[in-house]
Design a protein around this ligand. Structure first.
Ligand code: COA
Length: 333
């Protein structure tokens, strides 16, 4: 089949992020569970993570990141016609966190919905928005990745509570010349490995009864070793797919922004892709694994530090529960 060149491209015109103030260090966790700074740092690369304030929910952090991205883009709320929020920690099951953010922003013309793709939520959201913009269904989209994972962690379970953090990242997307902006995207899932990372309670399978709460079903369950092996393979595969589609090599990449789940996973991915360490954006040491928020937070920080410039080729690659994974290759314009 002959591939038809798209008449319109889609790109990021604004980037923003928000991290809650409270810092939870490995030393703080040493006082809560049987763990050590040394174990956490050597196994994961994490030194500290941020934790949302008691009165702070996902929509509050999403709003802050969205406002920063909109200011960066010079876009007002009335211009936004699509809001996509990637999260597994919505304010509530419904309405969507995207609808709550829409109301707070006053983006009255927007269609708003959440995407549940765990740590791949931002990549999935951007991919959807790109399709909508390049087909003329959207002119200005806001995509947010946000998590308040501290609310679904069991702080007596050392195998999960040391890994995750809270925060939000956002981008505003608009059309651009074809061949600029987003060069290629890829998404895939494998539901047969759902039991590697999931939250059993609070849905239609197991409503939050006192018995379910007693069993701890309100908390994240994870099998880290299985995820580790799958993550490296899937992230490398997704990266190769987007590079191939854009006819680029990994040596053409200026910055790799991988999902920040474990510094050893990040290292495994970059080595297999032959991308030098200096091109990899890593902030897991300060923020932990913020799931759907991890890539846009890292992107926002990299932009703030002046690393990412106009013309930079950026490979973003995510992996998470579901299982889900995917990548977005961007020439930042
Ligand atoms: C979770 C993870 C850091 C564990 O690292 P690991 O090297 O695989 O460690 P193991 O699971 O083999 O555990 C080794 C030992 O440390 C213990 N341990 C687990 N968490 C600990 C902690 N916080 N502090 C101290 N010891 C801990 C385990 O109980 C185990 O003890 P045992 O050998 O006596 O049973 C790693 O598997 C990982 O990062 N997986 C991917 C996670 C991920 O990507 N999750 C989200 C997907 S987006």
């Amino acid at each position: 089949m002959i591939k038809q060149a798209k008449e319109t491209g889609a790109t990021f015109v604004g980037i923003g992020y928000y991290l809650p103030e409270k810092v939870l260090s490995n030393f703080d966790l040493e006082k809560m569970v049987d763990t050590s700074d040394e174990w956490i740092l050597t196994r994961t690369g994490i030194r500290e993570r941020r934790v949302a304030a008691e009165n702070e929910a996902s929509s509050d952090m999403a709003y802050r990141a969205a406002v920063m991205a909109m200011e960066d883009a010079g876009v007002g709320a009335e211009e936004i016609d699509t809001i996509i929020v990637g999260t597994v920690t919505p304010d509530m099951l419904f309405p969507s966190t995207a609808c709550i953010v829409q109301d707070r922003l006053g983006a009255v013309k927007a269609a708003a919905f959440d995407v549940t793709a765990a740590c791949s939520g931002f990549i999935y959201g951007v991919t959807l928005a790109q399709s909508m913009i390049t087909t003329g269904k959207s002119r200005c989209a806001l995509i947010v990745g946000v998590e308040t994972l501290s609310r679904i962690l069991d702080f007596t379970d050392r195998t999960t509570c040391v890994l995750f953090g809270d925060g939000a990242g956002a981008v505003v997307m608009k059309s651009c010349k074809p061949g600029e902006g987003i060069l290629s995207t890829f998404m895939q899932s494998d539901g047969s490995y759902a039991e590697l990372l999931y939250l059993p309670g609070g849905g239609s399978r197991s409503p939050l009864t006192p018995e379910a709460l007693e069993r701890g079903e309100q908390y994240v369950k994870m099998r880290g070793d299985g995820l580790f092996k799958y993550a490296v393979k899937a992230m490398v595969n997704a990266s190769k797919k987007v590079l191939d589609e854009a006819n680029l090599k990994s040596s053409d990449v200026d910055f790799l922004i991988p999902h920040q789940a474990n510094v050893r996973i990040i290292d495994g991915v970059r080595k297999r892709l032959r991308i030098p360490k200096k091109k990899v954006i890593v902030n897991i040491d300060r923020v932990g694994n913020t799931s759907a928020a991890s890539i846009p937070i890292a992107l926002g920080e990299a932009k703030e530090q002046g690393l990412i410039q106009k013309g930079s080729t950026i490979l973003m690659v995510g992996f998470g529960g579901g299982l889900t994974w995917g990548a977005v290759l961007l020439r930042y314009v």
